[in-house]
Design a binder for this molecule. Sequence first.
Ligand SMILES: Cc1cc2nc3c(=O)[nH]c(=O)nc-3n(C[C@H](O)[C@H](O)[C@H](O)COP(=O)(O)O)c2cc1C
Length: 225
Amino acid sequence: MQRLSRRQFIGRSLQVSAAAWLAGLSFPGLAPGIAEVLETGPVDRQAVAENSWLVTWASAFGSTEEIALRIALTLRNAGRIVHTAPMTEIDSIDAYSCVVLGAPIQYDRWMKEARVFAHRHREALQERHVAGFFSCLTLSHKGPAAQRKAESYAGHIADQLPGVKAEEVGAFAGVLDTSRMGLPTRLLIRGIMNLMGVAEGDYRDWERIQAWSSGHGSGVLAQGA
Ligand SMILES: Cc1cc2nc3c(=O)[nH]c(=O)nc-3n(C[C@H](O)[C@H](O)[C@H](O)COP(=O)(O)O)c2cc1C
């Protein structure tokens, strides 16, 4: 497991608080994170390993990271030991019994970092409880065509995550904020989103995200470690 320094841990906690604030939550105080547990005294490491969650993400412009942190907060508030980190910071998932991983859809596929992560850790994922999610702008629309497209995204993600069923993949509407993008991406994405009929905006449905995080939709999240 990647150990965090106290400074890094405080940084992570602040990230979670910021996400909670962004999501309109009051900040209820976090249950101890895994790094804190490991740093603050004697601990049954076996018990930690058997009941520890990793929530990890890829995110080009930050909105999927905020979804991931909201999921982590829900899990922590339910008493789970949760470590949060972007996929790029995770070398090994050995220390975790449950892994929740998410990323945005880019050009009809899960963001590349997530595909690479799923491939690199495939064997370890096979031995763990795994839940996956994605954000996209297709789901800014509500009709059956958007639902079908989102189902195809979920199938594509389930194919990469051992033991994960497509219908349990968390499918969330994301954010279109082209002001966060560099000029070439901004022009390209504005063109694509015009064709898709998507206006700038934050389409995240925090109730839906909360419901999925609480286990309505994913058996892994419901059952826990
Ligand atoms: C380069 C790029 C490609 C995208 N391609 C798709 C797509 O094929 N289908 C879709 O529904 N949304 C697409 N989106 C929308 C993103 O999935 C959505 O904006 C998401 O919330 C971005 O998450 P992030 O802020 O974590 O990067 C794309 C966005 C970008 C920037």
